[in-house]
Design a protein. Structure first.
Lengths: 119, 539
C-alpha cells in the first residue's frame, strides 16, 4: 500500500512540475513586461506557500479525490492553515519573517506523515 | 512512464486558460502587465492603502499583537483588531516572492479570486462536468463594472473571506468524506479570520441547507457530526480573535437594520439566470445539489439589502458571477442541448471572449471593466512618504497641508509617523479670507473604526475613543515637527495657498526646507512649541 502511495506521489509530482512550467509560461505571457526571474520567484512563492503544502495535506484523501480536486482545494486549506498559524505564532513571539520558511515546511511534513500513517 | 488521460489533460488546459484569463483581466491589465512596481500601483481608494499599510506594519513589527501607533492616532497600546489572516498571508508572500508588500498582498487578492472560481467549478462539476465548463467563463464578470471596485477600492479581506466561503461550500458538499470536518473547520476559520461577516454568510448557508435536508428528510447523522465538528474546530482556531472581535467591532459597529433598493444585473443575464434557476429546481429532483443551494443562498443574501442587511449584502455581490455561475451555465446548457451538446467546450471559450470583449457590441451584456492606471499614488508622493519614513525621528509629528490625494487619508500612514491633516473646509475658508493662521482645524488621520481598543484584561477592553479623543479640532501648527506641502494641485489656487503658508513659515530661521521634489516640499520645525508663523493677511 505504501508503495502505491509512493508511486502515486512520484507521478503527481511530475504533474506538479508540469503545472509549474505551464503556469510559468502563462504568467510570462500575461505579465509580458515583467522579467522572467520575478515571474519565477512569484510562482515559486505560490507553489511553496499554497500548492505544495496543500497537496501534502490533501494526500490523506488520495484515493477518494482526483488530483485536480486535491490540487485546488489544497490551496484553500494551506492558505487558511498558514494564515491562522502565522497569526498565533507571531503572538507567541516568533517573528513573521521566519514563517514563510517554517510553516509550509511543517505543513508538508505533517501532510505527508498523516498520509503515510493512514496507509 | 506517466500516462495522461486525454480528458483530464484537456480539462487542465481549460482550467489553466481560464485561470490565466482571470489573472490577466483582473490584475495584469490594471498593473500594466508588470508584477513589481516602484510604488503602490492600481490603488484607487483609501481602503486599499489601509490594508497595504497594515500588512506593512505587521511585516515591520513581526506580529499583529498591536496596531502600529501611526495607524491609530499615536496610541501605542491598541490591540490588533482587524481580522488578521489576509495580512499575514500578504506578508509571508512578500517575503518569499521578493515582491513589496503593496504588490504581494494585492496580487494575492486576485489569485484567491481566481482560485475561488476554480473551486466553484469543482462544486458544479460534481453535478455535471459540461455545466461546470459552461459556468466557469461567467467568473470573469467579477471584474465587470461595479464589482471590480471590490478589488480596486480595497474590499480585499471580504474577497479573501469569500474565497474561503466557496471552499466551505465545497466542504459541505463533501461532508460524507472521512475527515471532511477538518477541512470544513479549517476553511470556516479562514473565513472568520479574513472578514467575519462573510463567515456569517457561511453560517446562514449551513442553516438553510440543513433546514432543507430536515424538510426533505435527508438529514443524516454523518452530516450533523461533520458540521458540528467543523464548527467546533473553527471555534477553537478563532477563539482568541473572536474575543477581540466581540470586544471591539461587535460593540462599536453592531448590526444596523438599513434597507436600500438596488437590484443589480442586466435583463439578458437575469433572464438567462432565471431560466437556469427554474431548470435547476425542476431537474434537481429530490436532492438539491450543493452548487444550486450555494447559488440560491448567495442570491438571497445578495438581495438581503431589501430586508435590512445594507452594505453586507452588496459585498456578497462581488462574487455573484462565481456563486451564480451554475445558473448561467445551466441555462446555456439547456439552450444548446436542443441543438447539440457536443460543442460545449467551444461555447465556453466563445463565452469567455464575449464576456471579455463584448462591451461595444451588445451593451445589455456586461463585460469586464479593463483599464490600466497607477491609481492615486505617484512616484513623487511615494518618494516623499518614504523619505519621511526613513529620515525623520520615530516620535515626529507630521502636518500635511492640502493635497489632492491626501483626503483618501490611509495613504498618509505610509510615512509611519503620527500625522495630522488640515481640514479642507478651514483651509479653503482661510484662503477665501486671505488669512494665514497659526491654528487650523485639523484632522487626526487615523483608523478609529474599532475605537482604539486596548486590553485591560483578557475579557475587558477600554477604548481611547471614549476617553476624550476627538478626530477634528483646532491645532497649533507650531507644535509639529514637519510640514508637508504640495506644490501642485488640480485647483492651482490651493497649491498657491500652500506655498504662501510655507513661505511664511520659512521666515523663521528654525524652519528649514529638508526635502523637495517636483510636487512636494517638506519643512522641518527645529523648535516645536515656539512661535513659528505670523498670523497675517495676504493679497
Amino acid at each position: 500500500m505504501k508503495r502505491d502511495l509512493t508511486e502515486n506521489i512520484k507521478k503527481e509530482l511530475i504533474y506538479l512540475a508540469c503545472l509549474f512550467f505551464v503556469i510559468a509560461i502563462a504568467f510570462k505571457i500575461v505579465f509580458y513586461k515583467e522579467g522572467i526571474i520575478v515571474v519565477l520567484r512569484i510562482l515559486f512563492a505560490l507553489f511553496w506557500i499554497f500548492v505544495l503544502p496543500g497537496y501534502a495535506v490533501m494526500l490523506y484523501w488520495n484515493e477518494k479525490l482526483e488530483f485536480i480536486e486535491r490540487f485546488i482545494i489544497g490551496i484553500a486549506i494551506s492558505a487558511a492553515v498558514i494564515g491562522s498559524a502565522s497569526y498565533y505564532l507571531g503572538l507567541l513571539g516568533l517573528n513573521i519573517k521566519y514563517h514563510g520558511a517554517i510553516l509550509p515546511l511543517v505543513l508538508l511534513c505533517v501532510g505527508a506523515a498523516i498520509a503515510i500513517k493512514k496507509k | 512512464m506517466v500516462k495522461i488521460n486525454l480528458n483530464s489533460f484537456l480539462e487542465s488546459v481549460f482550467l489553466i486558460l481560464i485561470f490565466s484569463t482571470l489573472i490577466w483581466a483582473g490584475c495584469s491589465v490594471l498593473w500594466d502587465h508588470e508584477l513589481s512596481h516602484n510604488f503602490p500601483y492600481g490603488y484607487l481608494a483609501s481602503d486599499t492603502f489601509q490594508h497595504q499599510v497594515r500588512a506593512e506594519s505587521i511585516k515591520e513589527m513581526g506580529n499583529y499583537r498591536n496596531e502600529a501607533p501611526y495607524i491609530v492616532a499615536g496610541f501605542k497600546d491598541v490591540v490588533g483588531y482587524y481580522p488578521p489572516l489576509f495580512y499575514h498571508l500578504g506578508v509571508i508572500f512578500s517575503y518569499v516572492s521578493g515582491l513589496e508588500t503593496y504588490d504581494g498582498a494585492y496580487f494575492l487578492v486576485f489569485f484567491f479570486a481566481a482560485i475561488a472560481a476554480m473551486i466553484m467549478y469543482l462544486i458544479i462539476r460534481d453535478f455535471s462536468k459540461k455545466i461546470a465548463i459552461l459556468s466557469l467563463p461567467f467568473a470573469v464578470l467579477i471584474f465587470s463594472k461595479g464589482l471590480y471596485a471590490g478589488f480596486t477600492w480595497g474590499h480585499w479581506p471580504s474577497i479573501v473571506a469569500q474565497f474561503f466561503l466557496v471552499a466551505l461550500f465545497w466542504a459541505v458538499m463533501r461532508h460524507e468524506l472521512e475527515g471532511s470536518s477538518y477541512i470544513l473547520g479549517i476553511v470556516f476559520a479562514g473565513s472568520i479570520l479574513s472578514h467575519t461577516s462573510e463567515a456569517i454568510f457561511g453560517f446562514i448557508f449551513i442553516v438553510i441547507y440543513s433546514g432543507y435536508l430536515v424538510a426533505t428528510k435527508q438529514l443524516h447523522m454523518r452530516y450533523i457530526k461533520t458540521i458540528s465538528m467543523g464548527a467546533l474546530i473553527a471555534g477553537v482556531i478563532c477563539s482568541y480573535y473572536l474575543i477581540i472581535f466581540q470586544q471591539t467591532w461587535a460593540k462599536l459597529q453592531p448590526f444596523e437594520f438599513s434597507i436600500s433598493k438596488e437590484f443589480g444585473g442586466t435583463f439578458i443575464l437575469i433572464g438567462l439566470m432565471a431560466l437556469g434557476v427554474i431548470i435547476s429546481l425542476a431537474f434537481s429532483g429530490k436532492k438539491l445539489h450543493a452548487s444550486f443551494a450555494a447559488g440560491l443562498v448567495m442570491l438571497l443574501i445578495g438581495y438581503s439589502n431589501y430586508v435590512g442587511f445594507g452594505n453586507r449584502a452588496f459585498q456578497a455581490r462581488f462574487f455573484w458571477p462565481i456563486y451564480l455561475s451554475v445558473f448561467f451555465g445551466m441555462g446555456i446548457y439547456y439552450i444548446i442541448k436542443k441543438i447539440t451538446a457536443k460543442f460545449y467546450f467551444y461555447v465556453a471559450v466563445a463565452l469567455v471572449f464575449l464576456l471579455l470583449f463584448n462591451a461595444p457590441i451588445i451593451s445589455a451584456i456586461p463585460s469586464t471593466s479593463r483599464f490600466t492606471t497607477p491609481g492615486m499614488m505617484d512616484p513623487y508622493h511615494w518618494e516623499t512618504l518614504m523619505w519621511l519614513k526613513d529620515n525623520t525621528p520615530k516620535d515626529s509629528k507630521l502636518y500635511f497641508f492640502y493635497g489632492d490625494i491626501y483626503y483618501q487619508d490611509a495613504l498618509l500612514r505610509n510615512a509611519e509617523r503620527e500625522h495630522y491633516l488640515i481640514a479642507r473646509d478651514d483651509f479653503i475658508g482661510s484662503l477665501q479670507n486671505k488669512t494665514i493662521k497659526r491654528s487650523y482645524s485639523t484632522r487626526a488621520a487615523s483608523d478609529s473604526g474599532a475605537g482604539f481598543a486596548y486590553r485591560k484584561g483578557f475579557f475587558s477592553y477600554g477604548m481611547h475613543i471614549n476617553e476624550g479623543w476627538v478626530r477634528t479640532k483646532q491645532m497649533d501648527l507650531c507644535n509639529f515637527n514637519y510640514y508637508i506641502f504640495d506644490k501642485a494641485s488640480q485647483q492651482p489656487v490651493l497649491a498657491q495657498y500652500n506655498m504662501i503658508i510655507a513661505n511664511e513659515l520659512l521666515k523663521k530661521e528654525w524652519v528649514k526646507v529638508v526635502y523637495g521634489n517636483n510636487y512636494v516640499v517638506v519643512l522641518e520645525n527645529k523648535k516645536p512649541g515656539e512661535d513659528c508663523i505670523n498670523e497675517t493677511r495676504f493679497d
